[in-house]
Ligand binder design. Structure first.
Ligand code: AMP
Length: 537
C-alpha cells in the first residue's frame, strides 16, 4: 500500500477529501469495488463498500464516480447497438495497459456521446484497448445500464447520507430536487451537510418529471380511489418549460436541453403572464386535420439537429400543459394537484394549451372520456389523485396511466400446473407469437389471468394431447392451441429471446377457429412497443 493510501485509512472524511485533491481513482479501482459489491449480500456491507469508494474520490471526479458506482454514467444513453458493443469487447489490446483515470473514461464517454453512428465505436476504441477483459465487460454493462452488483442508486443515496451524517430521508428529498446524485454529492462536498437545507427547485435547473404507474382498467381505479381527475394521455414528447422573463429553456423527460428544437414553444412560454415559472406538459404534433400526429413523426423534431426551421413547418407542435411546479419564487411541488391545476389554468388563458381533463361523476362518464381521448388519437388517459403532491422522478400511485387494451392472437407453448384453488388444472400459460419469417414461435409472456373455469377445464383436457415433454411444474406442448390475449403494453424484456414481453396479459378466448400460422407476429408487437422511440430523448 502506498504511503498516501495508508495515510487515508486513518483519516477523517474531511482530511481524506483534502488529501484526495491530489489522488485519482482509476477505472480498475472502480471495477474492483463493483466486484466487492457483488460478493457481499447484506445491505450494510454494500453501503460500507460504497462509502469507502466515495472516500477515495477526488473532488474533480466526485460526480463521475458517484454515477459510475451507481451503475450509471453522466452521459445517459449512448445509443450504441449491440453489434457495436460486441466489436468493442473484441478491440485489439494496446501496448499501454495503464488503467485510465475515471476522469479520462468520462472524457471518452463525452466524445462518444457527441459522435454519430459508427464514429461512436471509433471514439471509444482507444479507451477500450487499454482495458482488461473484465474492465471492458464492466464498461459495456455501464453503457447498457445493466451493472450486476446488487447495488444501484438507492444504496448509493444511503451511502451518501451516511457519508455526510444526514438522514436517508434528507437525501431522498434532496434527490427529488437534484435528481443527478453525482451532482448532489458534489454539491454537498462543496457546501457541507448544511447545504442540504438550501436545495429547492430552481429555474433552469431541470427536475426529474413525475411518472405514472400503469393501471389495468378504470374499474380497478374506481374500486380503489375516490377523489381523482382524468386527463387525456397525450402521445407526444414530455417537456418541462422553464421561464424567467424572456428567457426560456425546455428540458426533455431525460433532462436534456431541447430548447432549440421547439422555437414555437419558446414563443408561447415567453408570452405567459407570469415572470417566473416551471411548467410540465407534453409537446404534441398537430396534423393538418388538427388531430395529434403519431409519436414517430413528432420524434423527428427532437432527433434532427439541422433543419429545425423546416421541421417546425413540417411537424408543427402545440403544448399541452398539465402541471406547474414553480411560480414567481414559490416551489409548488408540495401543494396538492387540485391547487396546482387551478393555478395552471389561471395562468394559461389559451385553453388549447392545457391538457383536457374531467372530474368524472361516475364510471360511465370516465369511460366516455377515455373513449373520446382514444378516438382523438391519444394513447388513453391519466388518472391523477386530487390531493397528490408533485413527486419529481417518482413513479407512484398518485398518477395512474390507463391505455386502451390491445389484443393479439398467441399460441400456447407450455402450461404450468396451478396452485391453491387451481391445483390440478393447467393454468399459467406460456405464450408465443410468430417471428418475422413466420417460421418460428417466440415467447412473449406468461399469464394465468382471465381464465374462466370453463377455459381451465378445456385446457386441462386438451393440452396434454399436444405434449412434447413435461417436468414437475410444466407441460410443454406443440404450438397448436391459439388464444386471444388482451394486454396493455409491450415492454422490452431481456428475459425472452423475442426481446419483448406483454404487460398485464390476460386470456380473452380460446380460438379453436384459428390455426397457429394465422397468429400475430413479433413485428406487430414491436410496432405497438415503439421500442427505442422515447428512449432517444
Ligand atoms: P409512459 O411513457 O407510458 O410511461 O407514460 C408516461 C408519459 O405519458 C409521461 O412521461 C408523459 O410524457 C406522457 N403523458 C401524456 N399525457 C400526460 C398527462 N396528461 N399527464 C402526465 N403525463 C402525460
Amino acid at each position: 500500500m502506498s504511503d498516501q493510501r495508508q495515510e487515508i485509512e486513518g483519516s477523517t472524511i474531511v482530511e481524506i477529501i483534502q488529501i484526495n485533491k491530489e489522488l485519482s481513482v482509476l477505472f480498475k479501482n472502480l471495477v474492483e469495488y463493483s466486484e466487492k459489491l457483488r460478493k457481499v449480500s447484506s445491505r450494510n456491507a454494500k453501503i460500507d463498500i460504497i462509502i469507502s469508494f466515495l472516500q477515495k474520490l477526488a473532488r474533480k471526479e466526485a460526480e463521475i464516480g458517484v454515477n459510475f458506482i451507481s451503475g450509471n454514467m453522466r452521459q445517459g444513453k449512448l445509443n450504441i447497438a449491440w453489434k457495436g458493443l460486441h466489436e468493442l469487447l473484441n478491440t485489439a489490446p494496446s501496448r499501454s495497459k495503464k488503467s485510465p483515470q475515471l476522469t479520462e473514461v468520462d472524457a471518452y464517454l463525452d466524445q462518444t456521446k457527441s459522435a454519430r453512428g459508427q464514429k461512436k465505436i471509433k471514439e471509444l476504441a482507444p479507451l477500450v484497448a487499454r482495458l482488461t477483459d473484465s474492465e471492458r465487460k464492466y464498461l459495456v454493462s455501464i453503457i447498457v445500464a445493466d451493472v450486476q452488483q446488487g447495488a444501484g442508486e438507492g444504496l448509493v443515496k444511503m451511502a451518501i447520507a451516511r457519508f455526510f451524517g444526514l438522514r436517508d430521508d434528507d437525501i431522498e428529498f434532496a434527490a427529488m430536487r437534484k435528481p443527478d446524485i453525482g451532482k448532489l454529492f458534489l454539491y454537498l462536498l462543496e457546501k457541507g451537510k448544511t447545504g442540504i437545507k438550501d436545495i429547492g427547485i430552481q429555474i433552469f435547473s431541470p427536475v426529474k418529471p413525475m411518472l405514472a404507474e400503469i393501471a389495468q382498467s378504470l374499474d380497478d381505479v374506481f374500486e380503489e380511489y375516490t377523489d381523482f381527475a382524468v386527463e387525456h394521455k397525450l402521445d407526444g414528447v414530455r417537456v418541462q418549460v422553464h421561464k424567467q422573463g424572456d428567457e426560456v429553456k425546455i428540458f426533455s423527460r431525460h433532462l436534456r436541453d431541447i430548447t432549440l428544437h421547439f422555437p414555437e414553444l419558446v414563443d408561447i412560454a415567453r408570452k405567459l403572464p407570469m415572470e417566473e415559472c416551471i411548467l410540465d406538459g407534453e409537446a404534441v404534433g398537430i396534423g393538418k386535420d388538427g388531430r395529434p400526429l403519431p409519436f414517430q413523426v413528432l420524434a423527428q423534431r427532437t432527433t434532427r439537429k439541422k433543419d429545425i426551421a423546416i421541421m417546425k413547418d413540417k411537424v408543427p407542435v402545440q403544448p399541452q400543459f398539465f402541471d406547474i411546479l414553480y411560480s414567481n419564487g414559490n416551489d409548488l411541488t408540495s401543494k396538492q394537484y387540485r391547487e396546482r391545476w387551478r393555478l395552471l389554468n389561471r395562468m394559461i388563458s389559451t385553453k388549447d394549451y392545457v391538457a383536457s381533463r374531467t372530474l368524472p361523476k361516475n364510471k360511465r362518464s370516465a369511460e366516455t372520456f377515455l373513449e373520446k381521448s382514444v378516438a382523438r388519437g391519444n394513447e388513453g388517459v391519466m388518472v391523477k389523485l386530487l390531493d397528490s403532491p408533485y413527486r419529481p422522478g417518482r413513479r407512484g400511485k398518485f398518477w395512474l396511466k390507463i391505455k386502451i387494451a390491445h389484443t393479439v392472437d398467441c399460441v400456447i407453448l407450455a402450461a404450468e400446473w396451478g396452485h391453491g384453488r387451481r391445483r390440478g388444472w393447467l393454468s399459467n400459460l406460456h405464450l408465443g407469437v410468430l417471428d418475422e419469417t413466420r417460421t418460428k414461435f417466440l415467447m412473449v409472456g406468461k399469464t394465468f389471468k382471465g381464465l374462466t373455469d370453463a377455459m381451465l377445464t378445456w385446457l386441462t383436457n386438451n393440452l396434454p394431447r399436444y405434449k412434447v415433454h413435461e417436468d414437475s411444474w410444466t407441460v410443454y406442448v406443440k404450438p397448436e392451441v391459439v388464444v386471444e390475449i388482451a394486454f396493455n403494453e409491450v415492454q422490452k424484456s431481456p428475459k425472452y429471446e423475442s426481446g419483448v414481453a406483454l404487460r398485464f396479459a390476460r386470456v380473452k378466448r380460446i380460438r379453436e377457429d384459428k390455426q397457429p400460422g394465422e397468429i400475430n407476429t413479433i413485428i406487430d408487437l414491436e410496432k405497438l412497443a415503439k421500442i427505442g422511440g422515447r428512449d432517444e430523448l
